[in-house]
Design a protein around this ligand. Structure first.
Ligand SMILES: [Zn+2]
Length: 188
């Protein structure tokens, strides 16, 4: 359901659901009555329901009707979500409730994409870790984690010691028995 968030000249906020045609002004028979707004005309403007849209038009007011800061003059403007209509000293913010159903799908999809990207990066890093440990055997001194070589079930320390990781779980710390360096067991 579309609605208007009405801010009075004194700064009081209220909400008004839109149903059918809304006449805005100071006159007693207006459906949205701005009794205390001295800059508003008796019949200032109207917001008319046309199918699923709401059309704003000025009713010959003395001070005009503004849409997003611009006077609409004699034009008929179809309101969009977030549009701000100013009548005298009163602000009317249009909120289109009908578009709400489609909106949550987009941020959700957008959020999934960076997540996948992050996962890809982690997998890439792990892949690099394995490929480095795989083929290089004993060489590879001076690069990576202090020159250690991460194999499938072993970590070869630059000091020459070979640590078995066969009984360890990924992320567990193993210490070199010779030089006391600490390594984290890579993920499978
Ligand atoms: Zn060592």
């Amino acid at each position: 359901m579309a609605k208007l968030i009405v801010t009075s000249p004194e700064g009081r906020k209220s909400e008004r659901e839109l149903e059918g045609t809304l006449i805005v002004g100071r006159a007693q028979d207006c459906s949205l009555r701005l009794a205390s707004d001295t800059k508003a005309s008796r019949n200032h403007c109207k917001i008319e329901k046309r199918g699923s849209e709401y059309a704003l038009s000025d009713m010959g007011s003395a001070n005009g009707t503004r849409l997003n800061g611009e006077k609409i003059g004699q034009r008929i403007e179809v309101l969009k979500d977030g549009d701000v209509v100013v009548v005298g000293g009163t602000k009317l913010e249009f909120v289109d409730g009908s578009g709400g159903a489609a909106a949550p799908a987009a941020p959700g999809a957008a959020a999934a994409s960076p997540g996948g990207g992050l996962l890809g990066k982690v997998k890439g890093a792990l892949g690099g870790l394995f490929s480095r440990g795989g083929g290089s055997g004993g060489e590879g001194g001076g690069e990576g984690a202090g020159g250690a070589v991460f194999g499938d079930k072993t970590i070869t320390c630059p000091c020459g010691a070979v640590l078995s990781t066969a009984a360890k779980s990924p992320g567990q710390k193993v210490g070199c028995p010779r030089c006391k360096k600490i390594y984290a067991v890579p993920g499978k």
